[in-house]
Write a protein that binds this ligand. Structure first.
Ligand code: BG6
Length: 482
């Protein structure tokens, strides 16, 4: 039986993106400015710049009407290339395409009563095109961006008012697309709210570490509530649709077999799983209450909030998977990647950006999540950012990317054989896009090369890389040929 020896027949193979990294057209058809579009390109690719926004740099960004320093404003112009791009996804055999809706296309400031029809119509066109090829959309409601007005007025998710604004937006898009979208995600990598601005929309860079923790955990509480309300709305508006949480899964390993290290790794891991614990089980876990007490964090939470969380857990759990971390009491060598939270693992190789590559960790993660929640899982991001070279005859020989994806898909297959209920896999990203953490174009993830450089020069023409043809075979064989 195929479901025992490999992937189920209806396995959702595809690719994943985010509006602010692909669409461009940041000032077109009434769209408002977003938090993603005020983040400057990173000076240092190993450091990243996703959280470096304060009142001064915000002013400066708002006054700057160009896209020179803010590459997410231009993306790769999916807004005008979506037909061509979706045709290429269809050629690879995609069953699903993960995209996000830019909230500010629908509600430019987040505060309007009536939606912007031109914004809604754009996603209608995208869904029409996907439908033409029988590709299911998987839609993220909030992928690292919100209307900038909500930061200016409320300091983002720190204020409960933003819950209302968000759920006005979610209700609007659920009603509009209820017959077209079966799979929804609320907040992309919700755990990265612990890192600040890009997820919370709250400027807290000038605060002490303790104050920052207070702001970030309060902001994420509001996101939990907004996510539960969105789940409630969806159940009423489109009862057959499914909604999932989205976690940046980063398993932490102990540096040694010393129980002290094992326990320290468990604590780190709980800090990662906390978010899914709330969204899947519907309540704050005790270990987190202890952490809050010990760190002087007080979450302002009403009994209505608690009821909502309990009543509306997610249907499935999605996650991104790029790396694992290490912790140990005697210290570990520092990880140097811009998203690494722990130390360096001597057994692993790393990408040029310092991200530690760990395919077996994907199998471990799948088993951990399945054992813990017993809800269907969906890998909605996994991929390799690398420097690619377009040859004179317009080819890209990206064996390194094929190797990366193959090794991860092999482990994913093992996990399915272990018995994990896995709905699908959307690799990041089907085409080259602007990097989230550094806003570079030269950190390429795509199976399709996009002719644009870091400064925004280029024809924006699309070229198929070697990995395009490889992934086409993977999908065609339902993961048998890797
Ligand atoms: C995830 C994000 O963290 O990683 C994506 O959800 C992002 O938006 C991806 O693009 C890869 O990160 P980066 O910084 O290499 O683009």
């Amino acid at each position: 039986k195929e479901s025992i020896t490999g992937f189920p027949k209806d396995f959702l193979w595809g690719g994943a993106t985010a509006a602010n990294q692909i669409e461009g057209a940041w000032q077109v058809d009434g769209k408002g400015l977003t938090t993603a579009e005020v983040v400057r390109k990173a000076e240092d690719r190993r450091h990243g710049s996703m959280g470096d926004v304060n009142a001064d740099t915000l002013q400066e960004a708002i006054a700057d009407h160009s896209d020179v320093h803010y590459p997410k404003r231009r993306g790769v112009d999916f807004y005008h290339h979506y037909k061509e791009d979706i045709a290429l996804f269809a050629e690879m055999g995609f069953k699903v395409f993960r995209l996000s809706i830019a909230w500010s296309r629908i509600f430019p400031t987040g505060l309007e009563e009536n939606p912007n029809e031109a914004g809604l119509a754009f996603y209608d066109r995208v869904f029409d095109e996907l439908d033409k090829y029988h590709i299911e959309p998987l839609v993220t409601l909030s992928h690292y961006e919100m209307p900038i007005e909500l930061t200016k007025r409320y300091n983002g998710w720190l204020d409960r008012e933003v819950i209302k604004a968000f759920n006005h937006y979610t209700e609007t898009v659920f009603k509009r697309y209820k017959d077209r979208v079966k799979y929804w995600l609320t907040f992309n990598e919700i755990n990265t709210s612990a890192w600040g601005f890009h997820e919370t929309g709250a400027m807290d860079g000038d605060l002490s570490t303790q104050e920052q923790l207070q702001v970030r955990y309060q902001a994420v509480h509001h996101q939990f509530v907004a996510s539960a309300i969105a789940t409630k709305q969806l159940k009423e508006i489109a009862p057959n649709a499914k909604i999932g949480s989205m976690l940046a899964r980063m398993q932490t390993y102990p540096a040694t077999a010393n129980p002290v290290d094992v326990q320290a790794a468990q604590v780190e891991d709980q800090k990662n799983l906390f978010y899914t614990d709330v969204q899947a089980r519907g309540e704050y876990p005790e270990y987190m209450n202890r952490y809050f007490n010990e760190n002087g964090i007080v979450i302002n939470m009403s009994t209505d909030d608690e009821k909502l969380l309990k009543q509306y857990p997610v249907d499935f759990i999605s996650f991104s998977y790029y790396m694992t971390n290490v912790t140990g009491v005697d210290g570990v060598e520092d990880g140097i990647g811009n998203m690494s939270l722990g130390g360096r693992n001597p057994y692993l190789k790393e990408s040029e950006w310092g991200w530690q590559i760990d395919p077996i960790g994907l199998r471990v993660s799948l088993n951990v999540l399945w054992d813990r929640y017993r809800k269907p899982l969906f890998i909605v991001e996994n991929g390799l950012g690398a420097v690619d070279e377009l040859t004179a005859d317009y080819k890209v020989h990206d064996d390194y990317r094929i190797d990366y994806l193959r090794l991860h898909i092999e482990q994913m297959k093992e996990a399915v054989i272990d018995g994990v209920d896995l709905m699908g896999y959307t690799m990041w990203a089907p085409l080259d896009i602007i990097s989230f953490s550094t806003s570079e174009m030269s950190k390429r993830y795509g199976l399709i090369y996009v002719d644009q450089d870091d400064a925004g020069n280029g024809t924006l023409k699309r070229y198929k890389k070697d990995s395009f043809f490889w992934y086409q075979k993977v999908i065609e064989s339902n993961g048998k040929i890797l």
